[in-house]
Design a protein around this ligand. Structure first.
Ligand code: ATP
Ligand code: MG
Length: 423
């Protein structure tokens, strides 16, 4: 027997029994994004490696150990499967000059790639929906983004399972002053730091505070807080943001240790977290990155965005039984006898042209077995044609989910009759 193949570890197939759940979720997202005036942007899954190093930062989990990087054997270029969506989106915005005399609100949705240890809620190919609002200084847009995500949880029915955490990272100078104090603090505690901590205490000390190591929690909690280093402008931005979120009625907690794993953030940062998924609790995370567009070769412009882990939101929806049932088609078209196949096919086209979804039974099969399939398909109606119906130019309509008397009507009347029965 020929060899069978398996999907790459950590990369999952979505089969028909589950894909309708994705379609439902994507539909809710598309409506939400349209309601807030965002436009779709589609960028390649491969980018030059340097783009990710430059934007995400050298001393980050993603760049240090999670990227799928390879050399293009045709020209020696180093390419990387995108680990997140912001870098490619901003590369495209700068490349096509989309911020020339304009602001932009864009969204993307699609697969991302990170070489991580696969577990529940953590995969090597996963999907993010993300937005970027570019050219807005905030804090109004910062609040609108919170309102939009809170609105999404409401639409999906999961508001009670997620909690908003926020923080301010200030500006570059404030972070530099805090960084100095933080490094001095970490140096005093170097004996208890783990390997990651020791390695990062000089290159990326903020990330040392982001540690999940239980032994380091007290040390991290007592470390100098960035919030104590914020100047007047940053403080006003943060206070303005918080006041608007509060006025919108969205609950939040301030988490002074929330620093995010990517280097490009400044000012407002946030995470929506859930306690329902074990360790993989962050379902949506983002913040402001005012220097990034300039860093990628564009004219200076502020920006803010987030990425949402779609698998994690779906896991929550599955766990809480909040996904709608898979919808069946409107009609299962049962047909048997001489000439029935073609007669049925014409009838099916008529019904589809009138807006009904139709599954025509294909191949052989007794009426009885076809009716069983019609029932199992979830269809609302069976439309039945046999030799008698063909001879009379008719079809039988039988409701499968409601107590409606079976009707025999002219073939030309089938669509109109179905429409009347559904109304
Ligand atoms: P984590 O702390 O869980 O590793 P992160 O800080 O690396 O998350 P971000 O880069 O902020 O994650 O990505 C935004 C969101 O994408 C995360 O909050 C999460 O919901 C989702 N996500 C990130 N990595 C994965 C993954 N390997 N598998 C599934 N979802 C992921
Ligand atoms: Mg990660």
């Amino acid at each position: 027997m020929a060899q069978k193949y398996q999907a790459v570890k950590g990369m999952n197939d979505v089969l028909p029994a589950e894909s309708y759940q994705w379609e439902y979720f994507e539909g809710v997202l598309r409506k939400l994004l349209a309601d807030y005036g965002y436009h779709n942007i589609r960028t390649p899954i491969l980018e030059n490696t340097a783009l990710f190093i430059r934007s995400i930062g050298e001393v980050t989990d993603i760049v240090e150990k999670e990227m799928y990087t390879f050399t293009d054997s045709l020209n020696g270029d180093s390419l990387t499967l995108r680990p997140e969506g912001t870098a490619g989106t901003l590369r495209a915005v700068v490349e096509h000059n989309l911020l020339y005399n304009a602001t932009q609100k864009v969204w993307y949705m699609g697969p991302m790639y990170r070489h991580e240890r696969p577990q529940k809620g953590r995969y090597r190919q996963f999907h993010q929906m993300g937005v970027e609002a570019l050219g807005f200084a905030g804090p109004d847009v910062d609040a609108e983004i919170i309102a939009m995500t809170a609105d999404l949880w409401r639409r999906l029915g999961i508001s009670q399972y997620v909690r908003l955490e926020i923080n301010s990272l200030g500006n570059k100078d404030e972070r530099a002053a805090h960084r100095e104090a933080l490094i001095a603090y970490l140096e005093r505690h170097v004996d208890i730091l783990d390997d990651d901590g020791k390695r990062r205490m000089h290159s990326n000390p903020l990330r040392v505070l982001d540690t999940k190591n239980p032994a380091l929690q007290d040390m991290a909690n007592a470390a100098p807080k960035l919030s104590d280093y914020l100047g007047e402008e940053s403080r006003a931005h943060y206070e303005g943001w918080k006041a608007m979120i509060a006025a919108l009625g969205v609950e939040f907690v301030e988490n002074p240790r929330l620093v995010r794993g990517l280097d490009y953030y400044n000012q407002s940062v946030f995470e929506w977290v859930t306690t329902e998924l074990g360790a993989q609790g962050t379902v949506c995370a983002g913040g402001r990155y005012d220097g990034l567009i300039e860093q990628l070769g564009g004219k200076p412009a502020p920006g803010i965005g987030f990425g949402m882990g779609m698998e994690r939101v779906l896991l929550l929806l599955q766990d809480k039984n909040l996904l709608p049932a898979q919808r069946g088609v409107d009609v299962y078209l049962v047909n048997q006898g001489e000439g029935a196949g073609l007669y049925a096919m014409r009838l099916a086209q008529q019904m589809r042209a009138a807006g009904f979804s139709v599954v025509q039974h294909l191949g052989e099969g007794s009426f009885k077995s076809q009716m069983k399939k019609a029932d199992a398909s979830g269809a609302e109606f069976a439309v039945i044609v046999g030799e008698n119906e063909i001879a009379a130019g008719q079809a039988v309509i039988k409701a499968l989910r409601a107590e409606i008397e079976q009707k025999t009507v002219a073939a030309a009347e089938v669509a109109a009759t179905l429409a009347a029965l559904k109304a």
